[in-house]
Design a protein around this ligand. Structure first.
Ligand SMILES: Nc1ncnc2c1ncn2[C@@H]1O[C@H](COP(=O)(O)OP(=O)(O)O)[C@@H](O)[C@H]1O
Ligand SMILES: CC(=O)OP(=O)(O)O
Ligand SMILES: [Mg+2]
Length: 390
């Protein structure tokens, strides 16, 4: 007898990451992963199931004909899955004030997710078009959504507040925070790796092309660097992080008037790319000898360390820092440079451990522990879906 299978979709601003899970004894066990990179042309679906690797060009177009992309993807994958497709689960970036936990997707829930598009204009529509495509192609398959914002529902009202008139806060103009599925995974991994530290004051640094930090006490979110939107906080690959609103007003008076132009500027032209004028990818910048590349990396590390200072204040101390996501997991130089700026707090990195693939990378003398823990948003999406469909 074959097992049931769950697929997870994690629609980012430029990639669609897919997880393949076998459902057995009430647990979701990862058996494969895949990805479509929307910056590539033609679009290629690449995935693995166990030891087997597959690659297929998908002909559907990125926007107009997205159902075709998902149709070709499902058709190809279903032929190689180890069982019957039981359910599909999604990462949805924004749950607004509505969703504080994962939800089964029916018309009403999809409508409420749709209403949140203006809060995350570059992330929310991507997830929705995958959800709608699957609804069209496989109406009998149950779908579940997990939200990036849900993990931060535990934050105190004062932490969530922007210093604007009360009515706007009540209308939802408040700090939400993102990458919650990643932080939930990190909190659960840390409980296994170092239970004493996991029960304490921990800051996780999710450094990918979108990047944020989260301060947790006993695995519960108390504060985060991202706010109302995925633009706030530290500089990212192509987003600026916090930005004096006066600078935006100035640019608007100088002619940057259309919301679409401003949106494109903020999401695609700033951050590491904007500062370096070279690339938003730290792999490229760390190899490039030009001073602009160095300046971008320096600003990135300065602002991460600064945010660690602010977040430790919220939780009143720091027992451990965790580095995760593309940069956090793969760029020891960035970890070193962040740690160096925190030396005054008594934080000491062990350079040999940092250069290896070890999980624990602090020196014995360090005031706080330092960890590198690979994140797994797909596992969290699958686990949350299992809890709803089993
Ligand atoms: N080996 C690596 N693989 C992937 N990304 C890496 C690697 N080394 C460094 N990076 C950095 O991580 C970034 C991507 O992070 P990732 O978490 O995959 O992003 P996202 O999920 O937001 O697309 C790249 O832009 C690059 O700066
Ligand atoms: C919320 C966010 O920035 O997500 P991503 O890192 O997938 O762009
Ligand atoms: Mg990501």
């Amino acid at each position: 007898m074959t097992d049931d299978v769950l697929l997870t979709f994690n629609a980012g601003s430029s990639t669609l990451k897919i997880g393949i899970f076998e459902l057995k004894s009430g647990l979701a066990r990862n058996v494969g992963r895949g990805k479509i990179d929307f910056d590539q042309s033609p679009l290629k679906l690449r995935y693995s199931v166990g030891q087997d690797r597959y690659e297929k060009t998908v002909k559907g177009d990125n926007d107009a004909n997205f159902v075709a992309v998902i149709s070709e993807t499902l058709e190809h994958m279903l032929a190689h899955l180890p069982g019957r497709l039981r359910a599909v689960a999604h990462r949805v970036v924004h749950g607004g004030m509505v969703f504080h936990e994962a939800t089964l997707l029916d018309d009403a829930a999809i409508g409420r997710i749709e209403a949140l598009v203006p809060l995350a204009p570059l992330h929310q529509p991507q997830a929705l078009r995958v959800i709608r495509s699957i609804e069209t192609l496989r109406p009998e398959v149950r779908q579940v959504a997990s939200f990036d914002t849900a993990f931060h529902s535990s934050q105190a009202d004062v932490v969530r507040r922007l210093a604007i008139p009360r009515g706007m806060h009540d209308d939802g103009v408040r700090r939400y925070g993102f990458h919650g599925l990643s932080y939930k995974y990190i909190a659960s991994r840390l409980r296994k790796i170092d239970p004493a530290v996991a029960g304490g004051k921990v800051i996780a640094c999710h450094l990918g092309s979108g990047a944020s930090l989260c301060a947790m006490e006993n695995g519960i979110s108390r504060d985060t660097s991202m706010g109302f939107s995925a633009l706030d906080g530290i500089p990212m690959a192509t987003r600026p992080g916090w930005l004096d609103p006066g600078a935006l007003l100035y640019l608007m008076r100088r002619g940057m008037r259309q919301p679409e132009t401003i949106e494109d500027f903020l999401y695609h032209e700033c951050g590491l790319l904007g500062v370096s004028g070279i690339s938003g990818d730290t792999r490229v910048l760390l190899e490039d000898k030009r001073p602009e590349a160095e300046e971008a990396i320096d600003l990135f590390c300065l602002r991460i360390a600064g945010e660690i200072g602010r977040l430790s204040m919220t939780i009143g101390g720091l027992d451990a820092l965790v580095f995760t996501a593309g940069i956090g997991e793969n760029q020891p130089q960035i970890r070193t440079r962040v740690a160096k700026r925190l030396q005054w707090l008594g934080i000491e990195i062990d350079e040999d451990a940092n250069g290896s693939s070890l999980t624990s990378i602090n020196a014995a003398s360090s005031n706080a522990k330092l960890f590198v823990i690979p994140t797994d948003e797909e596992q969290v999406i699958a686990d949350e879906a299992m809890a709803l469909i089993m």
